[in-house]
Structures are given as structure tokens and as C-alpha cells.
Design a protein around this ligand. Sequence first.
Ligand code: MEV
Length: 475
Amino acid sequence: MITVSAPGKLMLMGEHAVVYGYPCIVTAVSERLTVAMEETNSGKIVVEAPQVKNTRFVDQAIIEGCKAWGIQHTGLLLQTKSNFSNCYGFGSSSAVTVATLFALVRLFEKNVDKKELFEIAYKTVLAIQGVGSGFDVAAAIYGETLLYGNAGQIMNPLPWKLEDDGVTLVVGYSGMKADTPVLVKEVAQKREKEPEKVNRIFEAIGKLVLQAREQGDAHDWHAFGKFMNFNQEYLRDLGVSTEKLEAMIFAANKAGAYGAKLSGAGGGDCIIALVPKEKQESVENAIIKAGGSVVPVATSVAGVEITNEKEDNEMLIVVNDKDEVVSYRSRFDCHHDASLRHRIVAVILFDDKHRVLLQKRSFTKAKHPGLWAVTASGHVSKGEKYEEAAARELKEEMGVTVPLTFVKTYIEKPDEESEMVAAYTGLTSEEIHPNAEEVSEALFVTKDELLRSMLSGKIQLTPCAYQALQEIQFL
Ligand code: MEV
């Protein structure tokens, strides 16, 4: 069996114009789609893809990949797993296409480079979707941040690391799902009706992208933000913005963003705001006040890659008493040596009645099966920040994304281990979607209800959950 994962994407600048050959800037984001594939003797192709809206991209990718690389198989089993919701427009279709094709290449040991992978993946997406510039396919393959254009003739990596420059990208979801092919077709119709006007807009967007790229290269994010705002004006003229997106963009800029715009096809989905780190919280709050929800993502992440080797060797972060990094060690080592204090996160959500959300650990768990734990928890991996791990674990275990507040770090010592825990709290009004593999039940309880259930034996907390609830002064 082979397991690979591909990232989603966010368009930073240049949407719509890129469909007509102009350049755009795209970044790969930390939401990933995983494909596990194995050859079977069933003579059939079985696709289990519960997170993918339809399996047409997977089916077509298998057809195109087998044809292009002369693959003959005796049956295939393919399963997908995803840590992103396709409603955010992060590009789940291109990610699943790329991951499926890359899994085929690696499982059948074909000698295919990224350029060729791009060609077949782009062909697959066009066969299903009919339209598209291919920028999302490029992001899923190459990762990082790219200057992309001309149906893949231009694909230049931009070595930008926003976090290193003290800026961050805040993503706000409008709550409205957009249909990219429909919007692309609407813009095409507009172009037929008013060719001069629309071509002028595309040309201007193309120029803005190149000017913004220079500012990015010079680390002048203030100037980059201004170009984002100009880009938004052109998107508004194209007719793809909405009142809700405008309200969120206005709020983000007013709260201190360097610039903000819609990202993607428009008509809904997301806005992005480029924000100096110190303004992040106020911009996030402003977006929420304007009716959006904030989606935490990291940018410039790796492109498609094999993950099963990585899972086995996944490195955890070993720290000293002051939470300074001293080394990276395997999961196995950390779980069997109490001197290797490693980073973990504990996420505790409340509802508006101050009831805490607990989860009953699934009975398939090796440790503490059937006991009750905090809302979500897990390890922080090498290269990951506490807040990223907290958002990821919450999404993986409870299927929700809400703004989280850091409370404190503390040390816990379960069994043969020693852990540095960062506790985060958050408020949820969203429906939760517990992951049945990890969680057998989820429950909101008041402090009194919890104490009563603990006394009667109805709820048995894990020692770590008990400590976490004490550390945040709930118990
Ligand atoms: C959609 O995310 C971006 C568009 O430019 C379409 C495309 O480039 O394929 C509108």
C-alpha cells in the first residue's frame, strides 16, 4: 500500500485573468488530502472517498494515469482522507486528482517527473470540469508559493515565508459555497458581451500581479497589501464580488490589514487578508463581526508527497523545562522515555452556556479506550506550531474550526511519558462532526453535571483530561 497527500491552495492574486493566460500568485495551504492505494486481486476498482463530493476526479485520474503510463493492474482499492472541508474552495478536486495520480506513479514505480504529472493531472481536471487555469493543480504538485501562468508555461517558485517577516494570512469564510466553473463561465459570457472592458481588466490584473511579486520579493508586505486592494477593485468591476465578501474585506482593512481581497472565483467562499502579526487578533475578530468565520491555515506548505514513510518516522518536538526545542525524536522514542518531554496540545471548547465539550475515546484506541478526554488533543509534529496543531487536531477529531485562545503551557506525565502541553480554549456554536475513528461520543456538560457523573462513575476522565480541566480552572 502507498499513502500520499497533496495540499489545497489559496489564490493570493490574479484569479480569473489567469484563465486567459495572465500570471497569478498561488500558495499551497496546510489543509491536505490523503490517498491510500493498494493493488488487489478483485479485478475491480473500489473507491472509498467519503470526503470527496464526487469520485469523478478519482475515476478519471485512474483512467488517464493508466493510459499515460501503461499501467495494468489486477484491481485497485483507493481510500481518501482529508483534513479540509471542500466547502471552503481550497481545491479538494485538484488535490484528490494529483494525489491519485501520484499514488499510481509510486505504487507502480513509474518514472514520471512533476512536469508530466502536471500535464496528466491538468488534463484530468479539464476533462471533468471543462474550464480552469490549472493553478490549483500546480499548487497541489509543487507546493510552496508560485507565480503561475499561461496554462503551466510559467511556474516559478517564490521563496516567501510570511511568518518570518512578521506577517500572516488571515482567511475568512463567507459561509456561502461558490461554484467555480459557473463563475468562470459567467465571466466568459461577460467578456463576449464587453470584450474591451473585460480584456482591459485582465491586463490590469496581470500587471498588478507582477508588481505585487516584486514587492513580495522585497519583503514589502505593506505595498503587497495595497496591490491586493487594487486587485479587489478589478474583481468587483468584473462582478464576482458579493456584499458579504465586501463587508468582510472592509472590516479586515479597517482592523489593520495591509490589504484584503476575495480569493478564488468569488461569488462566495473566502477572503484573504494580509496582516501584520500584531493585528491578527483584531482582524480575525473584525471578520467574525462582519459575519464570516476564520479558517486557520498555514501557507507555502509542501506539495504532493509520500506520507506513509513519514507517518512511521514522524518526528515529535522534544523540549526542556522552558519549552525550548532541544531535539526531534520519533513517536516511539517519546512514548517510551520519560526524559523526552515533547510538545502536545489540549483543546477545550465551550458553548455559550459555559458547558465544556468532552469526547469519549473510541474503544479502538490503544490508550484509555472508553475514557473521557478534553475536546481534542494530540502531538505537535516537527515543523508545526502549537496553534497549528491545535487547529488541526480540533478539525480532525471534531470536524470544526473555531478561533482558539492560548491559555497556558504546563507539564503532564502520563505513564512512561513526559509532555509539555499547550492548552487552548474556544467557543463553539457550530454543529460538531466527531470523527468516528477517534471519538465514540461527544457531550457538552456543565461543571456540576461533570462532577456528579464522575462521582456516580458515569464519566471517567483520563488523567490528562482531569489535569487539563484543572489547569484552565474549570475544575
Ligand atoms: C478559482 O479558484 C480561480 C479562477 O481563476 C479559476 C481558475 O484559475 O481555474 C477563477
